[in-house]
Structure formats: structure tokens, C-alpha cells
Design a protein around this ligand. Sequence first.
Ligand SMILES: Nc1ncnc2c1ncn2[C@@H]1O[C@H](COP(=O)(O)OP(=O)(O)OP(=O)(O)O)[C@@H](O)[C@H]1O
Length: 346
Amino acid sequence: MLTRLRQQFSTNLAIDLGTTSTRIGLPGEGIRLDEPSVVAVGRGHSSVIGRGAAVGKLAHQMLGRTPEGIRAVRPIAHGVISDFELTEAMLRYFLQKATGRSFGLRPRAVIAIPGCITAVEKRAVINSAERAGTGKIWLIEKARAAAIGAGLPISEPLASMVCDIGGGTTEVAVMSLGDSVANRSIRTAGDLMDRAIVRYLRRRYSLRIGDQTAEQLKLQIGSAAALDHELSHEVSGLDTASGIPRKAMITSEEVREALADPLQEVVDCIRGTIEQCQPELIADLADTGLVLTGGGAQLRGIDRYLNQHLGIPVRVIESPRTTVTRGAMICLDHLEQWQGRLDSGN
Ligand SMILES: Nc1ncnc2c1ncn2[C@@H]1O[C@H](COP(=O)(O)OP(=O)(O)OP(=O)(O)O)[C@@H](O)[C@H]1O
């Protein structure tokens, strides 16, 4: 009786603790929080400045621009917790912001995690979420949550394939009869694409730019396949030869060249996942194809590029950044059905 009352009155939360962004959804209410996974801390200290409020959007504006005495930190690296205390402080702030109150009964949460995570890293997610204020926790792999959020018919005896390209990891899974039959997770994703652009400009133009500028360049003119109308964008950086600031006009063809290696790694990851499947499932994939989710799925022409390299239909889901959170919300809505397939960390 007490358990049922608890279930009735405690909030349910779907959490995507992402490398670049954290999203929190409440079943029936939608996505309530979508903020950068960044905190600002005092140099030499491990506590968040602004009485714990320099988190998310506010802290993100400081990335790469902090004065002496302040550091803007991303406590999640490649989908796993790299700083336990800061993750806990960030999550506590986000949970209160998403639920709009200090919760009495601890909310139950389904948290999306990368497929490549170790048992110790899983424990760190559970511990920091518990310490931040959640109650019962279930973990779900991001690729599975993405497939559910994308509405793929994963319970049917038919192969459905999803690829979630995030900031820190690319997750690929082939699902059939409700379970993953093949999956791979690599640490090549949006962040490494930004770094590839940084390296390219340094090599080609002797121009040093920051990760944030590289990301802007990717968002403004980045593409995986040729564009009908190629684009260009001006960037400012440091001329490494003269040591003075300089501007350069960069074209979309150049950014595409810079992104060639990380994109090839994504192709290899998807190919490797397909190769793990039985022939019947591979035959299904020729028809059902690949669904792309995650922020990286918004790269111009990535569906065309993957179709050319894999020879199967590829489509980008609508609102790809929030597909994982939506999938976790669906699991919470049908917890009875999903509970047995989620990892409760025990
Ligand atoms: N239009 C776009 N073109 C290319 N990349 C984009 C675009 N929009 C967002 N991205 C990239 O998507 C990445 C963030 O994706 P997402 O929010 O799904 O990641 P995350 O959930 O925080 O990370 P992860 O799942 O890896 O832990 C960033 O690298 C960002 O630059």
C-alpha cells in the first residue's frame, strides 16, 4: 500500500546525462530542461561558484573565456562521469530546476548511459544521481532509448537499426524482439569533429582557433556530403607564425575535408555493428535501413553520406537531440513492460 502511494506521489524523471547537454523529461509534461553539461568552479576549488548556480547555460557562456580564478568545466567526458562531485552538484541544480521545487519524495529516474560504460562508471552515475536527490534509478543504454524514442518497431521480429551521434560518443544498435542483437559505441562524435576542424585550420592556415569557434564553424557551414550551394564563413583566430589575431574565410568544402576522418570512423562503427548480425537480420536492414538521432544527426547531408557508404536507406529523425530523453520517458510511461529490461544497477 505504502509502495503504491509512493509510486503515485513521487515524480518520474527521464534523464539524458549527455557529454554536451543534459536533458530532463517528465512523462506527460515533455522535456523540462535542456542545458549544457557545464559548471563554473573557482580555480583550486571543487565547488560551483555563484552559490551553486553557475551551471548549464550560464557556465557554458564562460567556456574558453574564464578569467583567472574561474574554470568552466564539463564534468562528463565521452558520456561518462569524469568529475563525480561536480556532476552531483550539476545534477542537483538541474533536478530542482526541472521539477520546479525541492522534491519531498525522491523522484524515480530512468537515466540514459552509453553502451561502452564499465560497471564502475555505471555505479558512479547511480551514486551521483542518488546523492543529487533521486530515488529508485534504472539505467538504459542510449541506443536503446533512441530506438524507442524514434518509434522504431523494436519489439517485432525484424531488425531496426539506430545510430545516435552525440557530443562524446556515437552509439549504434540493431534491435529485434525488444533486445539489442548487435551494438557498438565509439568515442568519436561531435567533440572530436570540432577538434578535427581545429587541427585542420592549424595545419592548413597556421590559424589557432578554440573548440567553441570550431563548433560554430561546424554548425554554420559543416556538411558530410556536397551541398547544392557551398557555404563560407569567416573565423578569427591566432596566426601561429606571427602571434597576432587574424581572420580567415573558410569554405564548407574545407570543413568537409576536416571532418572526413571522424565521419569515416562513424561509418566503420556502423559497418562493424551490421557485421555482427545474422544474415536474416542483415537482409531486413536493406529495407528498414538506419535511423539517425543525436545532435550530430543534424550535420548537413549526413543521411546522404551514410547512404552512399553503407548502401541502405538512412533517415534523420525529427528533433534528433531529444530522441533519447523521449525514449526514456516512454519507458517510464510503460515501466511495467520495460522494467525487466532496464538495468537497476544491482
Ligand atoms: N547542426 C548541427 N550540425 C552538426 N553537429 C551538430 C549540429 N547541432 C548539434 N551538433 C552537435 O551535436 C553534438 C551534441 O549532440 P547531443 O546533444 O546529442 O550530445 P550529448 O547527448 O550531449 O552527448 P553524448 O550523447 O555523446 O553524451 C555536439 O557536438 C554538437 O556540436
